[in-house]
Ligand binder design. Structure first.
Ligand code: BDP
Length: 716
């Protein structure tokens, strides 16, 4: 009897150990399973030496110690001088002995200010491993990269790696409100606890900074673009400063969103007119106050005259007038302004697709040199699939910052497994043809086509107070991906997925093959069961959860899904060619060729650009209606396959995280069927054609789907 109880206790204890909550993200530092690798690592890492004791170098050392203890099981001694083989030397290049420095000078030049060098070197006659760079944060980046090599079980016997970021600004944008709700957030509340700041520093802030530094993120906009002027008050700025103090060690600058009407709302002025000297003075004083508290404050992100937000147009001024006023205020401190181009107006009857381009292109050349115009990846919003924004390549005199959405507002929110790197890559690799073939969006935003020195990329964060930060365990991969791609947009989706899977779950080959298959297909699958063939913006009103293509009663025409799909008795899709809205004319002629002709248009964007007859013959030989049915059914079916594949991976994953994904995939399947049935039943009222008999017919009516309500859906 005693023995049974004992065994039971052991089993219980083991299964508890064999459970993870996801808090550690990809920085789990679990014991290395590959014994040969482990043996070689132990030989090659016998001591740690750190040149210097700045906070950042200390953080680099602490990270290394923590990780090596976890990965190898040993606490590696810290020394002050290289006396044995296997010493890891962390050093800012300026503290290296001259002889060593000159040996690697070329690489250091290549590395720039933030890039790092990891190199097997002889130091004091000993075989050592040098991790260095031209700044302390570069050393920290080098440490995280080195740890990635270990976590993914790569050889380190003789290495020489030089890596520097392709983009200067690598930012997260938090759409966090001061109430701690998160606009379009599906992972709990805001991690910024304004109530307990500045006195209480939650460990989460440090772990957030570590995670970001590990993927090269170097800036964070703390607040929602739908801004609240209160963040600029003296009390709140102290709280912001406390966060900035934590993040500084990890190379992360803090930015805020600026509410354009703040001088009126909190400053007691009668106007916020950017050309009014009293308004300019108000901002100058406010900015001075900020920099006194936060000397390395990054600057402001601004959403103005967009979806009801105040802006310079309220005073008959332009976006450039507004941006320049703020730019002048932050310029003395090297601050920048990121002015968003996400604008469309209820008063303008033109296709929403065209509005940002029409407003911003005439302003090219009118912005101060410390202004970047921040452009969403596509012209409508963050749709599951969207052609690249025509502004890329159309404003050569202005540095354009990329804005991607990491939180899955339109891509399954908190319930769907959708890996976003393929979406990001699709946009970055799109050819604008702006300066001839090869003028990719990536080259527009890195500034290389127009020799801009400011450049960057932002991701709207998917982070919240959920224990695993992101809600869906696989949503962590999207945070990881935005960082890795900001550092190097040439990394492939495959490589990023594999790195993340190895670090987050397991290095086992058969796990990796199957799990990465799930990830790499997931975005296309999501498009297939929700918005196939170029359909877009047919989601539920307000919360944007699930399908509602029938909605036609909202105040503003371009808020209604019917505005976007235009289904009628003839066909479906938005004609954006010359015979329609002509939005296509905003692209360069070579780029247009991909879409212009209904007969040759790439099918994934067909309904984005054309109104296509129901009987139109697709490349598959099916009619458009049959093709639509095919995609909706195939997409949902593929979610079933994702479920099956995941089930086969249970032996590689701890039970809590396994079970969480398993359950969510079940929800995802139900949602895929919901999208499929609701959309097909609705579109059928126009096509008047049957859903082919080979498919299982919807078991609910269109009325049923139309009546579904989600009163308290998150993020709204
Ligand atoms: C839309 C979101 C809305 C944001 C807006 C924006 O639905 O919540 O405020 O974008 O980017 O996609 O400003």
């Amino acid at each position: 009897m005693k023995k049974t109880v004992f065994t039971l206790l052991v089993v219980l204890a083991a299964s508890r150990l064999w459970a993870e909550d996801g808090y550690d993200l990809w920085l789990r530092y679990k014991p290395i399973e590959n014994k040969t690798r482990l043996a070689s690592y132990r030989q090659l890492m016998t001591a740690i030496q750190v040149n210097g004791n700045t906070a950042t170098l200390q953080a680099a050392k602490e990270e290394l110690l923590l990780a090596l203890k976890g990965l190898t099981g040993y606490t590696i001694p810290v020394t002050t001088i290289t006396t044995k083989n296997g010493t890891i030397l962390l050093s800012n290049s300026s503290s290296l002995p001259g002889s060593l420095r000159s040996l690697i000078q070329k690489d250091l030049d290549k590395a720039g200010t933030e890039g790092f060098l990891i190199s097997s070197q002889k130091i004091n006659g000993k075989n050592s491993l040098l991790i260095t760079g031209n700044s302390d944060v570069a050393v920290l980046y080098g440490v995280f990269h080195f740890l990635r090599l270990l976590q993914t079980e790569q050889p380190i016997n003789s290495i020489h790696i030089v890596s520097s970021p392709r983009l200067k600004l690598r930012l997260l944008n938090h759409w966090d409100n001061l109430t701690r709700t998160v606009e379009r957030g599906y992972a709990g509340f805001s991690i910024w606890n304004w109530h307990t700041l500045p006195g209480y520093i939650d460990k989460r802030y440090v772990d957030y900074a570590r995670a970001n530094a590990s993927i090269g993120i170097n800036g964070t906009v703390l607040t929602n673009v739908n801004a609240n002027a209160v963040i600029l008050s003296a009390d709140y700025l102290k709280k912001v400063a406390a966060l900035a103090n934590v993040f500084r060690t990890y190379g992360i600058k803090v930015y805020l969103t600026a509410r354009f009407s703040a001088p009126v709302e909190t400053g007691g002025l009668k106007t916020a007119d950017p050309l009014d000297p009293a308004v300019q003075q108000w901002w100058n004083t406010k900015v001075k106050e900020i920099y006194q508290l936060i000397p390395d404050f990054g600057g402001f992100l601004v959403k103005a005259n967009s979806e009801g937000q105040p802006g310079p147009q309220d005073y008959k001024r332009t976006h450039a007038d507004g941006a320049n006023m703020l730019a002048d205020a932050v310029a003395p401190y090297n601050g920048i302004i990121m002015w968003r181009a996400f604008v469309y107006s209820a008063e303008v009857p033109d296709d929403r697709h065209k509005q940002a381009y029409n407003e911003f292109v005439p302003l090219d050349g009118k912005f101060r040199s410390n202004v970047m115009v921040q452009v969403k990846n596509g012209a409508i919003d963050f749709m599951p699939r969207e052609p690249f924004h025509p502004l890329f390549g159309a404003m050569p005199k202005t540095p354009l910052m990329m804005e991607f959405q990491v939180t899955q507002e339109y891509l399954g929110q908190g319930t769907n497994l959708v890996y976003l790197a393929p979406l990001f890559k699709e946009v970055l690799q799109s050819d604008t043809y702006y300066k001839g073939k090869g003028s990719t969006v990536a080259k527009v935003i890195d500034g290389s086509l127009d020799h801009h020195s400011l450049n960057g990329m932002a991701g709207v964060a998917n982070i919240g107070t959920d224990i695993n930060w992101c809600g869906h365990p696989f949503a962590q991969a999207n945070w990881y991906a935005i960082g890795r791609l900001s550092w190097d947009y040439n990394l492939s989706s495959e490589q990023i997925a594999e790195e993340w899977l190895r670090m987050t779950y397991s290095n086992k080959g058969s796990f990796l093959a199957n799990a990465s298959k799930i990830m790499l297909q997931s975005r296309d699958i999501m498009v297939q069961y929700s918005n196939p063939i170029g359909l877009h913006h047919i989601m539920g009103t307000g919360h944007h959860y699930g399908p509602a293509p029938w909605v036609n009663n909202l105040n503003r025409p371009e808020w209604n899904p019917v505005y976007y799909h235009k289904a009628d008795s003839i066909g479906i899709g938005f004609n954006r060619t010359g015979s329609g809205s002509s939005a296509i004319a905003q692209y360069f002629p070579e780029a247009r060729k991909l879409w212009e002709d209904i007969n040759t248009c790439e099918e994934k964007n067909l309904l984005w650009f054309h109104h296509v007859p129901w009987d139109f013959t697709m490349k598959s030989g099916r009619t458009l209606w049959e093709e639509l049915c095919y995609h909706y059914y195939t997409g949902a079916e593929k979610v079933k396959q994702m479920q099956q594949t995941w089930k086969g991976l249970h032996s590689f994953v701890d039970k809590d995280r396994f079970e969480q994904v398993r359950q969510l995939l079940t929800v995802q399947y139900d949602e895929a069927v919901w999208w499929r049935n609701a959309c097909l039943l609705y579109f059928q009222t126009f096509s008047k054609k049957p859903i082919p008999a080979v498919y299982e017919q919807p078991d609910k009516t269109l009325e049923y789907y139309k009546k579904l309500r989600f009163l308290y859906a998150p993020g709204n």
